[in-house]
Design a binder for this molecule. Structure first.
Ligand SMILES: C[S@@+](CC[C@H](N)C(=O)[O-])C[C@H]1O[C@@H](n2cnc3c(N)ncnc32)[C@H](O)[C@@H]1O
Length: 231
């Protein structure tokens, strides 16, 4: 995960427009259930969606990584944030909408854990509530040996990230970072063990969790989005 590079996360993903994504999420939720009030962001990361969504909903966030949560806490001190695994957390509360965005579901890695995560999201929904899950890459789009590098600059540091996709089961990303500030340059490696899932595997997981499911092509970032309704 991003434990060693949480401080660089927002710089590396600075191309993402969290504000317009949040506007789209708001309209997806409100078009389906106008009265929706409460929203949980599972794998909320540094809280950039929650910053915008908390102007529209009573929001809560969950993430496994305490470094990412610490950044989210600084960004959105008034939003309750919890440390937990998406497959197992239990907040003893039910929400009108539960999100899991930007490939986070891929970190469940196996079908069993992906199904557990979807079932756990379903158990945090009110009847009529809505899960919105943005999938990780599809198996058709997964290119083994794909190598990529990019450099990002902020006032505090420069970070260059090189990434390779490895041929391990359903996908492994190895990321090498060079992080430089006015004192030194350091090198960090992170291995992201993930899993791609087929369209049918996502559909099946939603059905097993007792959710009606709809798939929108395109979605927020081009990977599509699964939207359910809890009966
Ligand atoms: C690509 S980031 C997405 C973060 C945020 N949703 C966004 O849009 O920027 C993936 C996030 O999933 C979190 N994560 C990975 N495995 C998790 C798990 N089992 N339970 C909860 N969060 C997890 C990571 O800590 C990280 O914050």
């Amino acid at each position: 995960m991003f434990t060693k590079t949480a401080k660089q996360y927002d710089a590396v993903y600075s191309y993402k427009d969290y504000e317009s994504e949040s506007e789209l999420i708001t309209s997806m939720v409100r078009q389906r259930v106008e009265s929706s009030k409460t929203l949980l962001d599972v794998a909320c990361g540094t809280g950039k969606h929650l910053k915008h969504l908390s102007k529209q909903f009573d929001c809560t966030g969950v993430d496994l990584d305490t470094e990412m949560l610490a950044i989210a806490k600084d960004r959105i001190p008034d939003v309750p944030l919890h440390n937990g695994d998406m497959c197992e957390f239990n907040l003893n509360t039910k929400f009108d909408a539960v999100l899991c965005l930007f490939s986070s579901i891929g970190y469940t890695k196996t079908i069993e854990r992906m199904e557990q995560a979807i079932a756990n999201m379903a158990s945090h929904l009110q009847p009529g509530g809505m899960p919105l899950v943005e999938p990780w890459i599809s198996p058709e789009a997964w290119l083994v040996g794909n190598i990529d590098s990019e450099t990002y600059k902020t006032d505090e540091f420069v970070v260059t990230r090189m990434m390779i996709s490895e041929p391990v089961e359903r996908g492994r990303l190895v990321l090498e970072f060079l992080i430089g500030d006015s004192n030194s340059i350091s090198e960090v490696t992170e291995t992201h063990e993930m899993g791609w899932f087929t369209h049918d595997e996502y559909l099946n997981a939603f059905k097993k969790a007792g959710l009606l499911i709809e798939h929108l092509e395109g979605g927020l970032t081009g990977r599509g989005i699964y939207i359910g309704i809890k009966a």
